[in-house]
Design a protein around this ligand. Structure first.
Ligand code: ADP
Length: 236
């Protein structure tokens, strides 16, 4: 089962101001190892580097220094057909919606299924994933017809379509009401109990405090705390 390791990982960004040629540090010297089956909360203020760390982990972006390893293989080496292995390993919900507006929910999910190499099994897998998130009847809807809470759950279903061993979730519960957040955390706990690794950037402090899982805190792009059974704000 996959272990993800970040070794001395630094990611730099160019300024959005084209005249400014300097590079800015998004994250630096990250050394983090995540074992299969862990539930990890990634916390830190806005701009601390959470999204960057998640994108590095799933191979969406590559580091400027250091390496991201999936079972000891540098994921920079996963290109061409090997990308399917990444798509099957990581189920991702990012902050920007990945749903295509002009496609139905079922079409969206089946496209994701095909991208992770599921071929003809995509439809059955999409139906199963929608059932898992408690929305078995939305397949024929378009994203704009759903509430924000339903959209988030559909995005989670999309991430779950190939039953990936690792879920990478960026602010999945932002701007949702308490009941919906609680339903989502309940589902994530169940998936984790069945062995899925979950790495989740969140500001939902009260839920982090109830769940008592591993809490990694980023401050200015560095790991400032990494605590087992942690609470929001624990820095040890
Ligand atoms: P968080 O998710 O904790 O809010 P991010 O990882 O989004 O933090 O950002 C970390 C830093 O990197 C911020 O200063 C942000 O402005 C910068 N950054 C992130 N993505 C880009 C990008 N594509 N271009 C330029 N700067 C970026």
């Amino acid at each position: 089962m996959p272990v993800v390791r970040l070794e001395d990982v630094t990611k730099l960004y160019k300024s959005e101001d084209k005249k400014d040629k300097r590079k800015y540090i998004a994250v630096q010297e990250l050394n983090v190892s995540i074992e299969q089956g862990e539930f990890v909360f990634l916390i830190g203020s806005s701009g601390a580097g959470k999204s960057t760390m998640l994108k590095l982990m799933s191979g969406e972006i590559t580091p400027d220094k250091g390496a991201v390893l999936l079972d000891d293989v540098n994921i920079a080496r996963f290109f061409g057909p090997w990308k399917v292995r990444l798509a099957r390993t990581f189920g991702v919900v990012s902050q920007q919606t990945m749903l295509i507006r002009k496609r139905t929910i079922m079409e969206n999910l089946m496209m994701a299924g095909r991208a992770s190499g599921m071929g003809r099994k995509s439809q059955a897998a999409a139906e199963k994933a929608l059932g898992l998130v408690g929305l078995p009847n939305v397949g024929g809807c378009y994203p704009a017809q759903l509430s924000i809470g339903e959209v988030r759950r559909v995005e989670l279903a999309r991430a779950l379509i190939s039953s990936p061993p690792i879920l990478i979730l960026d602010e999945l519960t932002a701007n949702l009401d308490d009941d919906t957040i609680w339903d989502i955390f309940h589902l994530l706990s169940e998936l984790n109990n069945r062995g899925t690794t979950i790495v989740m950037a969140t500001h939902a402090s009260q839920y982090v405090n109830i769940m008592r899982r591993r809490v990694i805190t980023l401050v200015d792009g560095k790991v400032a705390g990494d605590v087992r059974n942690g609470k929001y704000g624990d820095i040890v």
